[in-house]
Design a protein around this ligand. Structure first.
Ligand code: FAD
Ligand code: NAP
Length: 537
């Protein structure tokens, strides 16, 4: 057994992104527990360690895309832009790791492959790919919702003689596109960021689009120092507002139906949100946008008009206009010159519904009508979201039941944080919690603090195990589905439902009930001596 001196921990945490880092700090420095983090990557940062593609930056405003648990940290860090680029976010997270001396308890380059609950010892045994074995009372998944990249099986990929990259595993020394013929598959939030930047460098960029996206301008830029200072002075109030909000932002819906507003009023409102940029068009629009197809349609039509205004060739504009799903039911990408990029002479749009990709050849990509010769192929094909990273670990709870098997028909979870039959296991931003339907650091902090509360409760009462009850889990899972089904979200083939992964059960995974109400529910559960959980002494 490797490192036997420290082979038994109070807690083992998997993942060293926003979630795992704060979980480590919380358990080690607030509760004084022994904790070890395992991380596949060779550094901290998670999403911001892996996603180094050109144009990668956050879509959440930087003043809320950060930890809020420490006043000094909040005040000392200066963001350079409204949406900082990946290197800056990674620098921030490294600053946090330094500040709280986190690295000494993180094992990098180490993938956790197995975790088994031992019912006699009431402990988890955790194995790594390299064969290290440790035990822990608590097993905590901080594996990320978007960390298992999805590389679809394209016939002939192994024969391709050029270079190919997935955006979620981008080389650390970058990729030089100068004078290259580049192909990119995918037009999700990642590709929307990457395409304008790659198009500036590449000799030719061919975009292979399956589903077009409604995009809203990010409107990135420097933040006025006066605004930044005012926010710093007001952080306590900002934190309260975002913690009790719907989506973890300082945004709330217009308390009116889109259909009640006159066309002139709507136009003014839409244009104001369009000019403001960011998520307001998506998350602070008329309140019935996610519930009424007619209300949704007027929002969609405004955005279609913007695409038609921006893209010079009407035939290309039509291809870029979404027609197969309702606005906002797929994640809203923010763009900087995305549609403008299709006016460039070196950019070609291929609609793979018209001319499907048949195979990847040694020289490029063959669609049904021709071969596209390419020096580089970029796969911006997304992730096996939410359940993917957890299912990749062989997790076994009571009676040897595997999590993967239990979730065969979709995730079952109590509050998105605990699973019946898997005692002392917690999932940070697991399926069934607001997670990806929120500004994630807000949801991550809430989960970490709530889990810390559970563990402190167990310590104070000398408890050996804490486990979600099957009935509580079933009720919560049904509630998550009920809330989703009351909205228009499940009508789209999105990754929120696993629709991007062949064979994945079609279940809406995040909780749509809102960050504030969810927090309240978790607090009530804790106040009622952890209602819905059983404990053993
Ligand atoms: P991650 O950052 O994904 O970290 C999880 C870590 O766990 C990874 O490093 C992974 O290597 C490790 N891991 C997983 N399995 C194992 C294993 N078996 N063994 C060892 N290690 C393992 N959210 C927002 O709210 N706003 C944004 O603007 C935003 N921008 C994003 C941009 C991109 C390109 C992407 C992909 C996502 C973005 N997100 C955004 C979502 C983002 O994932 C979260 O904001 C946040 O970074 C998640 O942190 P995390 O710690 O939960 O997970
Ligand atoms: P994504 O939204 O899942 O997009 C993947 C793209 O690849 C889609 O256009 C998809 O088409 C296409 N695709 C997948 N398989 C294909 C195939 N076999 N053939 C052709 N096309 C295929 O993934 P993503 O863009 O990486 O974004 C994932 C999530 O990460 C985002 O929604 C967001 O939450 C987060 N993210 C955030 C930011 C940010 O905040 N700054 C940036 C990037 C990503 P279909 O739509 O038809 O499936």
């Amino acid at each position: 057994m490797a490192n036997s001196q420290h082979a038994n921990f109070d807690a083992v945490i998997v993942g060293a992104g926003f979630a795992g880092m704060y979980m480590l700090h919380s358990l080690r420095d607030k509760l004084g527990l022994s904790a070890r983090v395992y991380e596949t990557g060779n550094g901290i940062g998670g999403t911001w360690y892996w996603n180094r593609y050109p144009g990668a930056r956050c879509d959440s405003d930087s003043y809320v895309y950060c930890y809020m648990f420490d006043q000094r940290l909040l005040r000392e860090w200066e963001w350079s832009e409204r949406y900082p680029e990946q290197p800056e976010i990674l620098r921030y997270l490294n600053h946090v790791a330094d500040r709280f001396d986190l690295r000494k308890d993180i094992r990098f380059n180490t993938r956790v492959t197995e975790a088994r609950f031992d019912e006699n010892a009431n402990r988890w045994t955790i194995r790594t790919e390299a064969g290290e074995v440790v035990t822990a009372k608590y097993f905590i998944g901080a594996v990320g919702c978007l960390s298992a990249s999805n590389l679809p099986k394209f016939k002939g990929l192994e024969t391709y003689q050029g270079k190919h990259y997935h955006t979620g595993h981008w080389p650390h020394d970058g990729v030089d596109f100068t004078a290259r013929r580049v192909g990119i598959i995918g037009t999700g939030a990642t590709a929307v960021q990457a395409i304008p930047v790659i198009a500036q460098q590449a000799k030719r960029l061919t975009v292979f689009q399956r589903t077009p996206n409604f995009c809203v301008p990010a409107r990135n830029g420097k933040v006025d120092p006066e605004v930044a200072n005012a926010r710093k002075a007001d952080y306590d109030a900002i934190r309260e507002r975002i913690r009790n909000s719907s989506f973890g932002f300082e945004l709330s819906f217009i308390e009116k139906s889109a259909l009640e507003a006159s066309p002139e009023e709507r136009e003014r409102t839409f244009n104001a949100m369009w000019d403001q940029g960011g998520f307001s068009f998506w998350l602070a629009n008329y309140q019935d946008m996610f519930f009424s197809k007619e209300a949704n349609e007027v929002c969609a039509e405004f955005l279609r008009g913007k695409i038609r205004e921006t893209v010079k060739d009407p035939a290309i504009a039509e291809k870029l206009i979404p027609k197969t799903y309702l606005y906002g039911t797929k994640r809203q990408p923010l763009d900087s010159n995305y549609f403008e990029t299709f006016n460039k002479p070196n950019v070609l749009l291929v609609d793979v519904n018209e001319t499907p990709i048949e195979e990847i050849t040694p020289r490029g990509i063959r669609t049904s009508d021709r071969e596209h010769e390419l020096d580089i192929i970029v796969f911006a094909t997304g992730f096996d979201a939410m359940t993917g990273p957890l299912k990749k670990i062989d997790i076994r709870g009571r009676g040897g039941q595997t999590l993967s098997r239990k979730w065969d028909d979709g995730p079952h979870s109590y509050l998105g944080v605990a699973v019946a039959g898997f005692p002392n296991m917690f999932t940070i931003t697991g399926p069934g919690s607001p997670s990806v339907m929120s500004n994630m650091p807000v949801s991550i902090e809430q989960h970490v603090e709530w889990i810390t509360g559970c563990i402190e409760h167990m310590r104070q009462h000398g408890l050996a195990t804490m486990e979600a009850r099957t009935d509580a889990e079933a009720q919560w899972t049904a509630h998550v589905a009920e809330v989703a089904n009351a909205s228009l979200f499940p009508t789209a083939d999105s990754w929120y439902l696993g629709a991007n992964i062949p064979g994945k059960p079609r279940v809406f995974m995040p909780y749509l009930g809102g960050v504030g109400p969810y927090r309240q529910k978790c607090d009530e559960v804790a106040a009622k001596e952890y209602e819905g959980f059983t404990f053993t002494a």
